[in-house]
Each structure stands twice: as structure tokens, then as C-alpha cells.
Write a new protein. Structure first.
Length: 162
């Protein structure tokens, strides 16, 4: 469960950042961001846990630079939010390896993913309100929110089926 959340968070974080930078025409930077996202996914496969902190730092750095340069606010916030979720999921997966079976690792994982999902939802709600306030709502942002909502609902349905 946390692996799925981790992979989707990395994809959404780097994709949001790349989309925000692409919307202002910085295509050469976008290629590097996508390459970094692929490297971040590869690092999880190779179990380079330290790379998650670097991913969080660089995502927040580029999101902050994007906000400072008045790039679309929603994409910058979404990138930072999901980078934080990806970092947290990496830390959770590391912590779960050291738990004893009697400590209910599945329950800890389920509760942590639920809390982080609530955090991500709250952040996207705040970002959406800011997008509305600054009159930057686009159909792409609406489709993004719809996709993330459907992904979250799919995850909730999967939890109830277990």
C-alpha cells in the first residue's frame, strides 16, 4: 500500500513541477525534471533511501523558485505536497522493516497512509482555493484534481475491501 502511494507521489510531484515549468515555456528545464523523476523512481527500486530527502529538497526548491517567478501556483503547491508525501512514504517503509510482527505493521501502514492522504487532500484544497483566488484555474488543473480524487477513492475502496 505504501509502495503504491510512494510511486504515485513521485510521479505526481515531478509531473506537476514539470507541467508548471512547461506552462511558462521552460522546456529544457522540464526535460531535466522528468529525468530527475525517473532517477527518483529508480532510486526507490535500488533502495537508496537517502535520495528521497534530496528529492524533497529539490522539489520544494524548484516549487519555491516557481512561486517566486509567478509560475502557476497550483502546480508548484502540488509538487511540494506530493514530494512531502513521497518522502514520508519512504521513511514509513524504512520504519516498517524494523517493526516486530506483534506491532501490527499493516495497521500502522494503513493509518499513516490515511493521515498523509488527508494532508495531501488538505494541501490540494488550499492550492485550489489559491488558484481560484488568483484566477489561474485551467481545465488541466481540474483534470488533475479529478485524477487525484479518483486515485484516492480507488485507494479507499481497496482498503474497505480488505
Amino acid at each position: 500500500m505504501s509502495l503504491i502511494a510512494l510511486v504515485f507521489s513521485i510521479i505526481i510531484s515531478t509531473g506537476s513541477l514539470a507541467w508548471g515549468y512547461a506552462s511558462v515555456g521552460l522546456d529544457s528545464v522540464v526535460r531535466w525534471m522528468i529525468a530527475f523523476g525517473v532517477l527518483w523512481l529508480f532510486s526507490q527500486w535500488q533502495r537508496w533511501r537517502w535520495f528521497s530527502a534530496l528529492g524533497l529538497f529539490l522539489s520544494i526548491l524548484f516549487a519555491t523558485v516557481g512561486l517566486w517567478l509567478s509560475f502557476p501556483i497550483g502546480w508548484m503547491f502540488a509538487s511540494a505536497i506530493f514530494a512531502l508525501v513521497a518522502w514520508d512514504m519512504t521513511e514509513l517503509r524504512t520504519r516498517l522493516k524494523f517493526l516486530m510482527p506483534r506491532e501490527d505493521p499493516k495497521g500502522i501502514e494503513r493509518r499513516r497512509v490515511a493521515r498523509v492522504s488527508l494532508l495531501a487532500f488538505s494541501g490540494l484544497l488550499l492550492a485550489s482555493l489559491m488558484v481560484l483566488w488568483w484566477i489561474q484555474w485551467t481545465s488541466e488543473w481540474g483534470m488533475f484534481l479529478l485524477g487525484v480524487t479518483l486515485l484516492g477513492l480507488t485507494q479507499i475502496i481497496a482498503w474497505f475491501r480488505k
